[in-house]
Design a protein around this ligand. Structure first.
Ligand SMILES: Nc1nc2c(c(=O)[nH]1)N[C@H]1C(S)=C(S)[C@@H](COP(=O)(O)O)O[C@H]1N2
Ligand SMILES: [Mo]
Length: 389
């Protein structure tokens, strides 16, 4: 117990685990790492589902090839478990049935270079080193699929700068087109096949981009881009090309690819520019949303607790506010503070709704005055139906 009579973190975890039997069920991680300030005692009764989010299953692969997806189950997040296990990491586009094996794989470097060159997977694997934890989010991460297109992994790979050093560029080389293997056995219902993205050489280096060979300490799985994929930290997943087989140097006048145009709206471009140079870096603005709503019995009263994440941007957020509509005004998220720009910062907020009903939960970042375009558009609002108070 601490001076002011609150249970300390360990006691809290122990107590809440005991009172709910969660340790036995292996669900202890559900509450681990969360601020103990919310409810120092009480009985966890369960989660309240978000409403109007469609019927897509989470945590399991569905469909094949271009229409294949895996939506991450965000209710399982906790500060003690910041990395998404590979089997739970979201998938947008599953591996092609026609994907060649790694043995024959070559990364082709060509275009505006003095001499084209092929790099083998063995060469890349032996140059690979730890690249740290990075978050990926699909620019098409929406409410209808439980916002399950966002995950964090620990990556191993080769910095883009080392690859650039393997060829001598011609003076006109200003941009780089990175493309992946995108031939599929089945016709697609939802996407344009053929993923490639054009980057400015400098913006790619500045972002710390790398070719990943491993995630979470294991070779990439086919669904995540084996044998190599691009990771551009801080950019939307649509630029993180999987199954990379070609790196081509081009001049400044190259047109945007079909993948860039498909994602122009979702990466908040100014229209759908014809030329690659008119695309803004597809970076993720600061954003926040709830990931689960917990129901508790505390001192004989029903209480709710919102658990959420804050991610994106490049600066720590000083002030995060939450609003429960239609009744309530924005209030500060209780005890929120961020000192560094974490991958995804987990926050909690106690809530006692005044009446049963449907509430939409919305977050707002008020300080620092950073760009929060998707948040401001209301794209991360989630709703719950509270049946009893
Ligand atoms: N070759 C190729 N790379 C691709 C895609 C694709 O369809 N083909 N999809 C992109 C999109 S839209 C996203 S969000 C990320 C998702 O990576 P993940 O499936 O490993 O999570 O891969 C990107 N890389
Ligand atoms: Mo995406």
């Amino acid at each position: 117990m601490t001076k002011d009579g609150k249970l300390d973190r360990r006691q809290f975890l122990y107590k809440s685990a005991l009172s709910t039997g969660m340790l036995l069920l292996g669900f202890d991680s559900l509450h681990a790492g969360l601020a103990e300030t919310t409810f120092s005692s009480g009985k966890f009764l369960g989660l309240v589902d978000f409403t109007d989010e469609g019927s897509a299953p989470v945590g399991v692969p569905i469909g094949d090839e271009l229409d294949g997806r895996l939506y991450t189950d965000l209710t399982r997040l906790s500060a003690r478990r910041p990395v998404t296990p590979t089997t739970e990491f979201f998938v947008r586009t599953r591996a092609s049935q026609l994907l060649p094996g790694p043995g024959k794989w070559k990364l082709r470097l060509d275009g505006l270079v003095e001499e084209p060159s092929d790099v083998s997977i063995q060469t890349l694997r032996s140059a690979a080193k730890s690249m740290g934890l990075h978050l990926l989010e699909c620019a098409g991460n929406v409410r209808l699929t439980h916002f399950g297109l966002i995950s964090v992994a620990s990556w191993t790979g080769v910095p883009i700068a080392s690859i650039l050093g393997l060829v001598k560029l011609r003076p006109e080389a200003a941009r780089i087109v990175i493309s992946g293997f995108d031939e599929y056995a089945t016709a697609t219902m939802t996407s344009v096949p053929g993923a490639s993205w054009v980057f400015g050489l400098e913006e790619l280096k500045a972002a710390g981009a790398f070719f990943a060979t491993e995630m979470n300490g294991q070779p990439l799985t086919p669904d995540h881009g084996a044998p190599i994929r691009l990771v551009v930290p801080g950019w939307y997943g649509c630029s993180c090309i999987k199954w990379v087989n070609s790196v081509s140097f081009v001049n400044d006048e190259v047109e945007a690819t079909s993948q860039m145009r498909e994602y122009a709206v979702r990466t908040l471009q100014n229209g759908a520019p014809r030329f690659a140079k008119d695309f803004e870096p597809a970076t993720i603005d600061s954003a926040a949303m709830p990931v689960r709503v917990e129901k508790w019995l505390v001192d004989g009263k029903l209480r709710y607790r919102i658990v959420g994440i804050l991610w994106g941007g490049t600066q720590p957020v000083k002030a995060l506010q939450i609003r429960f509509s239609p009744d309530e005004d924005f209030v500060p998220v209780k005890g929120f503070q961020q000192t560094q720009n974490d991958l995804w910062k987990i926050w909690t907020h106690p809530w006692s709704p005044k009446a049963p009903g449907v509430y939409s939960i919305r977050l707002e970042i008020t300080d620092p005055p950073v760009r929060t375009r998707k948040l401001d558009l209301g794209l991360y609002v989630r709703s719950v139906n509270i049946l009893e108070i």
